[in-house]
Design a protein around this ligand. Structure first.
Ligand code: NGO
Length: 512
């Protein structure tokens, strides 16, 4: 009797409290984090963001000041307050503090403790701090309620990624995308702790990167795109700007020059790259597999050497992608000879080789990786030759596949990929005999035969991208569609806030 009397007012109070703050989970474990962190602990209090909140950063560590400014800006725009940043020699008593220390969770791992006065984010490296900051931003609403203080549920998050390579690919060859568009894509990846953007810089329809020693590549080869539009290309300066912007978000750019097939734009630009010495016509259709460099000409080798040299010099990241897919009109022996020569050139310029799974038909150099997209035999052959695997199974991970039969953009040769189908797979179970140890990570490619602008890009990328990010970051034991779809539903507000044109899949119970 006694206990019931006590219990009712408490229940009422809780009900009233929760009705007043519908947006803000007081329980950190209930926040809609994507990717789901390794461990989240609830401590049941709240940190209040006020105009006196300062974001501190450990002095003398490169990158932390930028992360602090980014957080201050974000928290400022959510709360409507001005939040300051400051270098700190030691841990402050209150505020938000970023520091690099060995948390035992690797360079990309972090440990975040949210107390009611102090939030500390300790990253294994600045990248770890950046990911901690992204997690913290997912613990707050998109906008604070008018007149209400912004509060953050207290608790602890310990976190680190499952895979080292977590990325997406953008095909800027079929349709060209501006520097600004590419930066927007980089922002999307960063929000979800992805760390790699692979740029498909050349194909039959377009050559998109300035090569100073072969200027016609962009002058002619960059002058059109699928459908006959005006195309475009990045100057080396613009490309360097993309690379630098990405670095600031802890994202590595992987450049791809697709060869020996998918090279019509180059073959149209320089007659001497063709076996018959005649330049081809520019191509604006969407067939594949009809073009090849003339693999046994010395000039071809010189061409590849120049292109790799110039592009490697613009690439601080470790990888150079040599393509190698669908070279249907290159004789097998010519293909093998060519891929082997190209790998040596890539090594000569200090980069590691990655290519589509077909490259496993050649000998592979040390440290090479094969990108599984379609062929299981090629992939197991690659592993047998010592390569690691980047997982991009077309039937699960291709962002250009349609969601269902009503999707007006995209292709469907690998099937339809609804949001659940995009999410419910494990990279370590895709190819028999290819286990987690063999796998570098996960990449979701967006091919752009049918994607002409940023709005269309967003529609195909969202809401599937967060799922690929979670597959790359979160251990399979913590992944489950039923709970993921609820978290994803909550991110609809975040997409709207960023004016992302996303596909409102009927499988996701969107909360607005
Ligand atoms: C294939 C092909 C690309 C297409 C894409 C379309 C690979 C690796 N090669 O994937 O040229 O654009 O499908 O989905």
């Amino acid at each position: 009797m006694h206990t019931i009397v006590k219990f009712i007012p408490l229940a009422l109070t809780l009900l009233i409290l929760s009705a007043c703050t519908p947006e803000q989970p007081a329980d950190l474990t209930q926040a809609s984090f994507i990717p789901q962190p390794v461990n989240v602990i609830y401590t049941g209090d709240a940190f209040k963001v006020s105009s006196s909140t300062v974001v501190y950063y450990q002095s003398g560590v490169e990158g932390l000041q930028n992360i602090a400014s980014f957080m201050a800006e974000q928290l400022g725009s959510i709360s409507g307050l001005t939040i300051n940043t400051q270098a700190a020699e030691s841990e402050p008593a209150r505020g938000i503090c970023l520091e690099v220390s060995n948390t035992g969770a690797g360079p990309e791992g972090y440990e975040m403790v949210i107390g009611n006065k102090l939030i500390t984010i300790k990253g294994g490296s600045p990248a770890g701090c950046f990911y901690g900051a992204q997690t913290l931003l997912q613990a707050v609403p998109v906008k604070a309620d008018a007149g209400e203080a912004l509060t953050i549920a207290t608790g602890t998050v310990s976190d680190y990624p499952e895979y080292a390579y977590r990325g997406a690919m953008l095909d800027v060859a079929r349709h060209f995308f501006s520097v600004e568009d590419v930066k927007r894509v980089i922002d999307f990846l960063a929000m979800y702790k992805m760390n790699t953007l692979h740029l498909h810089l050349s194909d039959d329809q377009g050559w998109r990167i300035e090569i100073k020693s072969w200027p016609m590549l962009t002058e002619i080869g960059g002058s059109t795109e699928v459908g006959g539009g005006e195309g475009g290309f990045y100057t080396q300066e613009q490309y360097a700007d993309i690379v630098k912007y990405a670095q600031g978000k802890y994202i590595t750019i992987v450049p791809e020059i697709d060869m020996p097939g998918h090279t019509n734009a180059a073959l149209a630009s320089y007659a001497e790259l063709n076996c018959d010495g005649k330049a081809t016509e520019l191509y604006t259709g969407i067939e594949v597999g009809f073009s090849t460099l003339c693999t046994d000409k010395e000039i071809t080798c010189q061409f590849v050497d120049d292109v790799v040299r110039e592009l490697a010099a613009l690439t601080p990241g470790p990888w150079f992608h040599i393509g190698g897919d669908e070279s249907h009109v290159t004789a097998h022996d010519d293909y093998v000879y060519f891929i082997e020569r190209v790998q040596d050139i890539v090594l000569k310029y200090g980069k590691k080789v990655i290519g589509w799974d077909e490259i496993a038909n050649a000998s592979l150099v040390n440290g090479a990786a094969v990108q599984f997209w379609a062929n299981v035999e090629n992939t197991t052959m690659g592993v047998a030759k010592g390569a690691r695997v980047l997982m991009s199974p077309a039937a699960r991970a291709y962002l250009d596949m349609q969601y269902d039969s009503t999707t007006h953009l995209g292709l469907n040769w690998a099937g339809y990929i609804e949001v659940d189908h995009a999410y419910t797979w494990d990279p370590a179970n895709m190819v028999e005999g290819v286990t987690k140890e063999n796998i570098l990570g996960v990449e979701a490619p967006l091919w752009t035969e049918t994607i002409t602008n940023i709005d269309e890009l967003e529609y195909m990328v969202f809401p599937r991208l967060p799922g690929y990010a979670e597959i790359g970051w979160t251990t399979p034991a913590l992944r489950d569609w039923e709970t993921y779809k609820l978290r994803l539903a909550d991110h609809g507000k975040r997409f709207e806030n960023l004016e992302i044109d996303f596909y409102r899949s009927p499988l996701v119970p969107w909360t607005d």
